[in-house]
Write a protein that binds this ligand. Structure first.
Ligand code: ADE
Length: 421
């Protein structure tokens, strides 16, 4: 461990390797680059201190340098004990940023790292899962008075914060970056779809074609994963608790059934629900020999690991992120990445191209809070439709795509309610 007042990272000598990865990500994040070029002149975050709690990846490094280029001071921790890319953390530390993150943190180290980011008394917070903002509210409430606002990256965190807002417990306003169309219709769908398969394949090298792949949850993330798994030749089964989502899955051509039924036929299982105890003891009892179980939701509560452990007669590691649980009845069940989000723990998270839009939204939301947040109520706000549209246009332009424009006649037609057959 390499530690100073300003950072705690696994190994600072990994900085060169991290720098190459960050350069790769930077070259694939053109929307954020365009925002950065503008912000270098206008300095919308001048004087702001941003505490971030979000996976320390090469894409996050590009966000951090963009925030700094816009005038902010930064202090950062990871938002999951198994998602920090140690080489990237080393590069951030060597580049002069405050960063407290390493792969394989225990719970105490995880919260201690968050606490260290709070020492510089942030004016803005950025969360992925709401652990940082929750820490401010429960442990350092006095800091809330000088915090203008916060942002939240993920579905699970937004749920937590909306519940806090509705209970009147939020001490400062939050912008739900997750709920922007330019975030969840892309990051949650295409990012999760690709990176989750990437993690599962890295941990197992299993052939997906012909396998029965059970996906719990058909929200944006589950849908993206189902699409990609089908594309790889898997027979996809969806489990749901929401009738509307289940119906969408049916009409998208997937088999829908209860987990009790799916447990017995699945070769692979992946949870994407945001809910605890989606796969529990009785499901493990009926799984086939060789079943592979993973989670891509934010927290590691979706698979009941104590239930699995209590049934196992022997547990050993087959390869990185792949543990074998012998069940004492000639069946072995494989748990990937200890039930933590497999796309970040066993792979590198979503690709840069899609994080480009998520992080452009983060950047714009923080700039909005810096400019207007003092006038906001202590509730959860959505990203404006205007920001969504502008960002989509920026991304298309940056990627070299052009689209048609309405003519004057078409604009008149669109508002002419007298025009029929
Ligand atoms: N969440 C999912 N993928 C990510 C990535 N590449 N960087 C940061 N957060 C992520």
């Amino acid at each position: 461990m390499d530690t100073s007042e300003r950072y705690s990272v696994a190994d600072i000598s990994l900085a060169d390797a991290g720098g190459l990865k960050v350069a790769w990500a930077r070259s694939r994040m053109p929307a954020l680059a365009a925002l950065r070029a503008e912000a270098e002149d206008t300095q919308p975050l001048a004087g702001q201190r941003v505490a971030g709690c979000l996976h320390v990846t090469k894409e996050t490094a590009v966000l951090i340098e963009t925030l700094a280029a816009a005038g902010a001071e930064i202090s950062w921790s990871g938002c999951n004990p198994l998602s920090t890319q140690d080489d990237v953390a080393a590069w951030l530390a060597r580049s002069g940023y405050s960063v407290y993150a390493w792969y394989g943190q225990n719970s105490e180290e995880f919260y201690d790292s968050i606490d260290r980011t709070l020492e510089f008394k942030p004016t803005l917070t950025l969360d992925d899962g709401a652990d940082l903002i929750y820490r401010v509210h429960t442990t350092y409430p006095e800091l809330a008075d000088s915090i203008i606002g916060g942002t939240e990256e993920t579905t699970t965190g937004v749920h937590r914060l909306r519940a806090m807002g509705e209970a009147g417990e939020l001490r400062y306003p939050v912008i739900a970056v997750n709920d922007a169309s330019t975030k969840w219709d892309f990051d949650n769908v295409h990012g999760t779809g690709q990176s989750t398969l990437d993690g599962i394949i890295r941990a197992t090298s299993v052939l997906l074609a012909g396998k029965t792949f059970v996906i719990a949850g058909y929200g944006h993330c589950g849908r993206g994963l189902a699409m990609r798994a089908r594309g790889m030749g898997a027979n996809v089964v969806v489990t749901e608790i929401d009738p509307l989502a289940a119906l969408k899955a049916v009409m998208d051509g997937f088999r829908v059934m209860k987990m009790d039924e799916a447990a017995a036929i699945g070769d692979l299982f992946c949870t994407a629900t945001g809910m605890k105890d989606v796969i529990v003891g009785r499901h493990f009892d009926s799984m086939k020999n060789g079943a592979i179980v993973a989670n891509t939701g934010h927290y590691d509560c979706e698979i009941n690991i104590p239930d699995l452990e209590s049934r196992a007669t022997n547990v050993y590691t087959i390869r990185e992120d792949n543990e074998a649980f012998e069940m004492g009845d000639n069946r072995t069940i494989h748990l990937l990445a200890r039930g933590r989000l497999v796309n970040l723990a066993a792979a590198e998270g979503h690709p840069s191209e899609v994080m480009d839009m998520s992080f452009a939204n983060q950047f714009l939301a923080l700039c909005t809070l810096a400019a207007e947040g003092l006038g906001y109520d202590n509730i959860v706000y959505d990203i404006s439709a205007e920001q969504d549209r502008d960002l989509a246009a920026l991304k298309l332009k940056a990627e070299g795509f052009s689209i048609d424009e309405l003519t004057a006649k078409q604009i008149a037609y669109a508002s002419d309610y007298s025009a029929g057959t």
